[in-house]
Ligand binder design. Structure first.
Ligand code: ADQ
Length: 489
């Protein structure tokens, strides 16, 4: 009873993420144009009617002058967004350096950077200092906007220091932290020089969430093995204080995809694609062009399939849509060249004067084109080497209620835990196994496809992004009420 009466009708939710869900383009000294990007997190939070969400994050642009900062803050306020201003040097050290060069690969089992050891050690410390400084800058902005009773939801590996900074300001703040990437085995995490500081800070939060039970378990093991704390079924206990740790698998706004398929512009795209690829089965990959997505491995598996199945060579096409990311980083530039080289070789080897087996696009597609592509696909290939969840697999399933295509899914994507029973699970490192799965998928009977699709479609439409956000935030509220009850006893 106490719990039910406790919540005000419209609680404020401060969502803190590295990037705001807005792209800002400067039009003049004091004018900006803003575009909201309809990502998964944005639609998830739009669906949470119980709360009034406000975003806090970096706008993705360097604004060195006060006039520009004031004008941008004013424009963003209309979109319920509050900017954190980071200068170029901090962005370089904190975002490109510590976040993307150290934490991102480590959390995806790709290890720490190994170039010049000494240089790495030295730059590691300055990047880590910048990371802490940037997290403190986020905390300052949050605290400035904080009102008693607000719930603060911190997102992702960019902000692992934020819970500690916030609790130093006010230990009564309700703080949750959610990780969108995998949390690796404690044996991997312990290689990180700043392993303990990061864990201790995350433990300052009241609730810590991950996509899967395995990631939560790895986190608890890291806290017990590295910090010597006690793991319990509820989380981690530190001197009588419990940090609740649990799995909250994300979903998508499935209705948005299902409704889009009815739109005339999407149906026009579908018609064009069907004409263009008539007589051939369509296989699809949609990924950010990132090391973790396993794009070269996927293409090599497709080559092996063509090599061993001459009958299929003119009857199947692979469409690989890869959005370039972190294009200024040499490793990512190398990956792009590597993918182009493999695609060129395979098209040279198996193409004809009128058709090629692989269409590779280095770009993003708009939402309607993406839905149409999902809808005409016979087999989707999601072969991430590691992936926190992978929403592409969910989006594909949502758009397949007519066609009932097959999902080939990496066992190292979080989605394998939820869509594993309907998908063909593969080890993406094993090119022979993936090539075999391609053959199975292309030959699968209609009954088998229907059965597998039903399972996945039911999951995707009943575990939505809105459910995910609502569950996390209400669990955070409950965790705090329980902690208050415990201290009163
Ligand atoms: P990402 O690594 O970005 O997210 P993912 O979950 O697949 O990976 O989401 C990618 C999003 O970008 C999807 O909505 C997809 O439609 C879109 N996208 C990808 N390529 C595109 C293209 N070429 N054109 C247009 N749109 C494209 C991180 C973690 C994931 C985790 C999510 C959410 O790495 O593991 O699932 O956060 O928590």
């Amino acid at each position: 009873c106490e719990r039910q009466n406790w919540r005000p009708s419209k609680q404020r939710l401060l969502v803190v993420a590295n990037r705001l869900p807005v792209s800002a383009i400067r039009k003049g000294e004091d004018s900006w144009s803003l575009e909201i990007s309809a990502g998964g997190l944005v639609s998830a939070l739009l669906g949470v009617k119980e709360f009034e969400a406000q975003w806090i994050g970096w706008a993705g642009v360097n604004v060195p002058d006060e006039v520009g900062q004031r004008a941008l803050a004013k424009a963003l306020a209309e979109k319920r967004c509050v900017p954190v201003f980071l200068d170029e040097e901090i962005v370089h050290q904190y975002y490109n350096g510590y976040c993307n060069n150290i934490l991102w690969p480590l959390f995806h089992y790709l290890g720490l950077p190994q170039e010049d050891r000494l240089a790495t050690t030295r730059s590691f410390q300055s990047q880590f200092d910048a990371y802490k400084m940037a997290n403190q800058m986020f905390a300052d902005v949050v605290y400035k906007h904080y009102k008693e009773g607000d719930v603060i939801w911190c997102h992702d590996y960019h902000l692992m220091f934020l819970p500690e900074c916030l609790k130093k300001y006010d230990s009564k703040m309700k703080v949750g932290w959610f990780l969108h990437t995998p949390f690796p085995s404690s044996e991997i995490h312990r290689t990180l020089p700043s392993r303990s500081e990061l864990l201790k800070s995350v433990l300052s939060a009241d609730l810590v969430g991950f996509h899967t039970y395995d990631y939560a378990r790895h986190f608890v093991s890291a806290c017990t093995r590295i910090l010597g704390l006690e793991g319990t079924p509820e989380g981690v206990e530190n001197q009588g204080r419990l940090t609740r740790v649990a799995a909250f698998p994300i979903g998508i706004d499935s209705e948005r995809f299902i409704r889009a398929l009815e739109l005339p512009q999407v149906q026009d795209h579908v018609r064009e694609l069907k004409e263009r690829f008539a007589g051939r089965k369509v296989m699809l990959g949609v990924d950010r062009l990132d090391m973790i997505k396993g794009i070269p491995q996927k293409i090599l598996a497709f080559e092996k399939f063509l090599e061993e199945n001459a009958d299929w060579r003119d009857k199947v096409v692979l469409l690989q849509i890869a959005v370039p990311t972190r294009t200024d980083v040499p490793e990512y530039q190398k990956l792009t060249s590597q993918v182009h080289e493999i695609v060129g070789r395979i098209n040279g080897r198996f193409g004809t004067l009128t058709a090629v087996p692989i269409h590779h696009l280095d770009r993003s597609l708009d939402f309607h084109a993406l839905c149409a592509l999902y809808a005409v696909t016979d087999v989707a290939l999601v072969t991430s080497l590691r992936d926190g969840m992978n929403l592409v697999s969910y989006e594909f399933v949502a758009c397949q209620d007519l066609k009932k295509g097959v999902l080939i899914l990496s066992e190292f994507a979080g989605a394998a835990q939820s869509l594993g029973a309907g998908a063909l699970l593969v080890n993406p490192w094993n090119v022979t196994e993936v090539a075999k799965a391609i053959g199975l998928a292309l030959d699968m009977s209609a009954e088998e496809r229907e059965k597998r699709h039903r399972h996945n479609f039911l999951h995707v439409t009943t575990h939505t992004a809105q459910d995910w956000a609502e569950t996390f935030v209400s669990e955070l509220n409950d965790t705090i009420v329980e902690a208050q009850l415990r201290t009163r006893q």
